[in-house]
Design a binder for this molecule. Structure first.
Ligand code: FES
Ligand code: FES
Length: 182
């Protein structure tokens, strides 16, 4: 088996928010540190660094994951999405971010980037969640400020708005007429 020196550097290339990026890092570098220090994507926050708080959550190939529990080298060649990618730098907030703003679902904001990335993934997979399901999903995140209720409201409101938009854009069914009718 190939032996890799502890501090030898590797160039890790990945697609960060849709843009090809790469930088050298040690084989033991965490993805959270690589994003912040190697690629300058400091929107991803680092709290506990052992998988408990959820502040470092990003999406890898569309799935929410703890970047402090992932090595940067494991993200080689994969798509990584962070909070910076939820809306354009000069564009309007995403619907989910706007709902967080409306419902005061953040205060200090330290937990917010990770929670947004989990909620963004969750709502794609579960467009019609109950309040209990949203609370269970949020149990993977620690927030010291909000008491969680405003976050739950923001997620449920976003889900309802997306369903309403989908229903409005669905083609209406034309009435079926029987060939025997005269
Ligand atoms: S910093 Fe990754 S879970 Fe807390
Ligand atoms: S808004 Fe401060 S920790 Fe969540």
């Amino acid at each position: 088996m190939k032996q890799i020196a502890r501090d030898s550097l590797h160039t890790v290339r990945l697609q960060l928010n849709g843009v090809e990026r790469g930088a050298p890092c040690a084989s033991r570098t965490l993805l959270s540190d690589f994003l912040r220090e190697g690629l300058g994507a400091t929107g991803t926050h680092v709290g506990c660094e052992h998988g408990v708080c959820g502040a470092c959550t990003v999406q890898i190939d569309g799935v929410a994951q703890r970047s402090c529990m992932t090595l940067a080298v494991q993200a080689e060649g994969r798509r990584v999405d962070t909070v910076e990618g939820l809306c354009a730098a000069d564009g309007p907030l995403s619907d989910l971010q706007a709902a967080f703003q409306r419902h005061h679902a953040l205060q200090c904001g330290f937990c917010t980037a990770g929670i947004l990335m989990s909620c963004d993934d969750y709502l794609r997979r579960r467009p019609d969640p109950t309040e209990a399901e949203v609370r269970e999903m949020l149990s993977g995140h620690l927030c010291r400020c909000t008491g969680y209720t405003p976050i739950v409201r923001a997620v449920l409101e976003t889900a309802a708005q997306r369903r309403a938009a989908t229903d409005a854009s669905a083609p209406s069914e034309s009435p079926v007429t029987s060939s025997t009718e005269s």
